[in-house]
Design a protein around this ligand. Structure first.
Ligand code: SF4
Length: 156
């Protein structure tokens, strides 16, 4: 019994993008579940989080893309960089708040690694939409987690 408690206490959890775990958190209310990620969550090894929902956005919601910089620039609050929805609304604060909330939870669980959905303005790892083009760059949450030494893996 003591042994099992110790195993639970010290097991290293990871964070995964909620949509990769089969949750309908994407902007259009769908998911992009992968069996191996669903299994990680089901076996208690991963915590599914959606930074955009944590940042106060509803689902479904307008698709969001960057203007004049990626998530890294957004969290640095570089002048002119914004996250704009297909409805023309500025969602920069929501993306920043979602990134901060995800980091807060990561610290709570001593998370060292995350598997994030490629291409998203929050979770993207190598590519995001900037000025209507998919370019090299990362999402706001990925940028903040990386800055705090959390290792990130990308999944399409
Ligand atoms: S990519 Fe990230 S922000 Fe977008 S739905 Fe998935 S978990 Fe949420």
């Amino acid at each position: 019994m003591i042994f099992s408690y110790t195993m639970i206490k010290y097991r290293q959890m990871i964070i995964v993008s909620a949509c990769l775990a089969g949750m309908n958190t994407r902007y259009d209310g769908t998911n992009c579940g992968h069996p191996e990620i669903i299994e990680l969550v089901a076996s208690g090894k991963a915590i599914p989080l959606c930074p955009e929902q944590l940042g106060g956005l509803p689902t479904p919601r307008p698709a969001i893309s960057f203007v004049d910089g990626d998530g890294n620039e957004l969290i640095k609050e570089t002048i002119g960089v914004r996250a704009i929805g297909a409805d023309g609304v500025d969602y920069s604060k929501n993306l920043i708040n979602g990134a901060m909330e995800t980091l807060r939870i990561a610290r709570m669980f001593n998370i060292k690694k995350a598997i994030m959905k490629e291409g998203s303005p929050s979770c993207g790892v190598f590519r995001v939409w900037v000025n209507s083009r998919k370019v090299e760059g990362c999402g706001a949450t990925t940028a903040l987690l990386k800055k705090n030494t959390i290792m990130i893996e990308a999944m399409e």
